[in-house]
Design a protein around this ligand. Sequence first.
Ligand code: NDP
Ligand code: MG
Length: 383
Amino acid sequence: MEKKKIAILGSTGSIGTQALEVVEEHANQFQVEVLTAHSNADLLIQQAIKFKPNAVVIVDETKYQQVADVLWEHDIKTYKGEAALAQVVEMESVDVVLTALVGYAGLLPTINAIKAKKTIALANKETLVVAGELITILARENGVVILPVDSEHGAIFECLVGEHQNKIEKIYLTASGGPFRGKSKEELKNITKEQALKHPNWNMGAKITIDSATLMNKGLEVIEAKWLFNLKPEQIDVIVHPQSIIHSLVQFEDGSMKAQIGLPNMRHPIQYALSFPFRLPSKSQRFNFMDYPQLTFEEPDKTTFMNLTLAYEALEKGGNLACILNAANEVAVEAFLNDQIGFLDIAEINQRCMQEVSFIQHPTYEDYVKTNTRAREFAKTLI
Ligand code: NDP
Ligand code: MG
């Protein structure tokens, strides 16, 4: 059987490194064609020497020479900058593009990959949040499949296999609730980034870890689910499930519910997206019922964690509102990580941007680009 040739965008991150573990475990199935990083040249070089891709991209141009100097001896092409990142996905030899970079930066490479008819394994949820309508239409026009890597969406996708045209009544996205579940606004005022960076169940990149603590991550996932599964806002529910064992659920027209269950481990949804429609063996630790005699559920606190409410508002109103929310949130999270604002300011900034940045009901790609720039500029004035 021919190996699937994979481009991993963001190979030096949490998802990217775990994807490489999957590739290593199944070297007879997968071959790495492209690796990309923003600025972590050392790790990119190490990965490239080990996995021997055709090409690598380092976005930070100041790191280019360091990478190129080492990799030319290994006969690996090295490119630099954002334009190269957007182009490299079009390479003839690539079958699957795993979008594991963080934030808005994922949008253009994903658009180009879809136009080049590559299968998309999508971790970069921000792409669907920013421009879900544009991306899903483009994917349909090009006959491209978008396979979710986000664990909740991967779970729903697994539940839907074999259901063909059976209607979804609703889905439940499960949420761990993050490190501050049950806390009041008063208690959250003086939260430090060190506290917010400690997620109870998952070990992830800094941005998504903060998003998990503010429940923005679940908000982004609600929007992501709308586009992936073609749902109305009222068909998407969030349920807090602190053990993160049920990764999400689908409820069908006959009232039957299907859930995907297991220990929290991102290697599973990554592997399933890469191997779909087949399952490959995995040595991952197996679930033991006796370790979890109780699985519990509660309502999310949408007042304290206002970001979830903002995401539903963006979903209801559509247009460029989710793009505004995403841009504001990226700026606010960065400012929080730089100790410039408090924890609760993140949602405040998001809300102000949604109120103040011009709303466009039917945005084009250029409108999204402008919206992203404007919302970032406005968010920065609030810091
Ligand atoms: P990380 O921060 O760990 O990694 C991000 C990767 O993207 C790194 O390779 C980084 O390069 C690169 N990168 C960062 N900024 C840019 C940029 N502006 N342009 C190009 N490349 C860039 O993130 P995660 O792996 O945690 O998350 C990646 C995506 O997957 C996010 O969208 C996240 O929401 C989603 N996701 C992550 C999960 C997880 O468990 N981590 C779970 C579900 C979804 P460098 O290392 O050089 O900085
Ligand atoms: Mg998730």
